[in-house]
Ligand binder design. Structure first.
Ligand SMILES: Nc1ncnc2c1ncn2[C@@H]1O[C@H](COP(=O)(O)OP(=O)(O)OP(=O)(O)O)[C@@H](O)[C@H]1O
Ligand SMILES: [Mg+2]
Length: 422
């Protein structure tokens, strides 16, 4: 095997950013419940190796080779000749009930045999990237946690001498949670899936440890779509500081500007409050149209309203929203929040603002944003970070909030005061 320098990229978009690539010649653990996306990451890791002209080996104990190729094909991938798949069939005695009752531990032999088969396959194919899917079968063979640990150590030392970058997958089926491999592995990555009461499940990823490496801490959102797995790094506003000159934005309506003391500052956030039907959207649109008149673009993220209805309503008020959208001056997105996590939403906003150099952002309405993500208790933190990011880019944000109740006793949604608008 030729000596490879540097780090091994995982080939998963976003993951390399939070992880800072995998150190070559080390053993990593990728754990997650069944269906969390371990195999998908592992396959992407090997495909990235193929792209770099590296050889790799996928040792599968849990899925058949056919299953593996099929699920790769569902993403539009084919495993080329440089990716060897080695299907390790479980020893027969494991399936034979008579042998399981035997007092003689035949598994001692099989464990050694299985490990030997792994080493043989490595010698045959000489890969620089190896995936072992999954550890639960090895744990089953080892029977005791002491023997399991010893076996994992043996595997680790073998690969350390050999110099391959290894990703071991664990589907967390051990009871109680087995931390044996955590202490042996160079880095541990965990995948999680949470099912909210309503809407699509939320996937997330966290790096539990990575020896001698800085990485982005905490949970990051994750999506799996045909074409692969995507990690959406959590937005950290303080990572993005830009310099801009703070000016005041006029609405082109002198009386309104006077009321605002000259206009709204660039790089600030404005909350427009009022009961339903009082013209919150209209006020916000005034700023949008003024931005377009200045030759800028605006981005609108609509939560509650049907777009057709919004266009018609605004047209009735003399605002040609649809025409401006067609001209590309307005980037308009209707958000189906049941399908989107707050992290994904923030990512979407940031991407739109960055690629189109947007200076005016509208979120209509905050009630919709909040109602759609009821189980997210860190919603306020997400929002705070997003607003801070936008403000630091010099973008001005407008949000609407519908109040409820009767005139005289008007109430905003409970925690509106908690939205720490920067
Ligand atoms: N082509 C695809 N498009 C979109 N999503 C997919 C596609 N293929 C698989 N998925 C999703 O990816 C999830 C993870 O699949 P994967 O096989 O990587 O999980 P795993 O962690 O290896 O599971 P196991 O422990 O059962 O092996 C599946 O549950 C499925 O929801
Ligand atoms: Mg799998």
């Amino acid at each position: 095997m030729t000596k490879l320098d540097g780090k091994a990229k995982t080939g998963v978009s976003g993951l390399d950013d939070i992880l800072g690539d995998l150190t070559r010649g080390r053993v990593f653990l990728l754990e997650g419940e069944p269906g969390a996306g371990k195999t998908t990451i592992a396959v992407q890791f090997l495909l990235e190796g193929e792209k770099q002209g590296e050889k790799s080996l996928y040792i599968t104990l849990s899925e058949t080779e056919e299953e593996l190729r099929q699920s790769a094909a569902s993403h539009g991938w084919t495993l080329g000749p440089d990716i060897n798949v080695f299907e390790l069939i479980p020893p027969e005695s494991l399936l034979d009930p008579k042998q399981q009752q035997s007092l003689l531990y035949s598994s001692d032999l099989e464990l050694g045999e299985t490990t030997q088969q792994i080493f043989d396959a490595v010698e045959r194919t000489r890969p620089s990237r190896v995936v072992l899917d999954s550890l639960s079968e090895i744990r089953l063979l080892a029977q005791s946690s002491l023997r399991y640990r010893r076996q994992i150590l043996a595997i680790k030392h073998y690969f350390a001498r050999y110099g391959a970058t290894v990703v071991m997958l664990d589907d967390l089926t051990a009871e109680p949670a087995d931390k044996t491999v955590h202490s042996v592995a160079h880095g541990v990555i965990r995948l999680e899936e949470i099912a909210p009461v309503y809407g699509a499940e939320r996937r997330r990823i966290r790096i539990l440890k990575y020896r001698g490496q800085r990485y982005r801490r905490g949970y990051q959102d994750l999506t799996i779509t045909p074409g692969g797995l995507n990690v959406i790094p959590r937005l950290v506003a303080s990572d993005h500081r830009t310099k801009f000159v703070r000016t005041q934005l006029s609405t082109n309506i002198p009386e309104f500007d006077a009321l605002l003391g000259g206009g709204v500052d660039t790089g600030s956030s404005t909350l427009v409050l009022g009961p339903a039907g009082t013209g919150k959207s209209l006020i916000v649109m005034t700023f949008v149209m003024a931005a377009i008149a200045r030759g800028e673009k605006a981005a609108l993220f609509i939560f509650d309203e049907e777009l057709g209805l919004l266009f018609d309503r605004m047209q009735g008020l003399g605002i040609e929203l649809e025409a401006e959208r067609k001209k590309g001056n307005i980037l308009l997105e209707q958000i189906d929040a049941a399908e989107l996590s707050p992290g994904e939403f923030a990512h979407k906003v940031v991407k739109t603002v960055d690629t189109h150099r947007i200076k005016t952002v509208v979120i209509d309405s905050m009630n919709g944003y909040q109602a759609a993500m009821p189980e997210e208790n860190s919603l306020i933190l997400h929002l705070h970070e997003l607003l801070q990011y936008l403000n630091r880019q010099g973008a001005t944000t407008f949000m609407t909030v519908a109040q409820h109740g009767l005139i005289g006793d008007m109430q905003a949604p409970k925690n509106v005061s908690m939205w720490r608008i920067p």
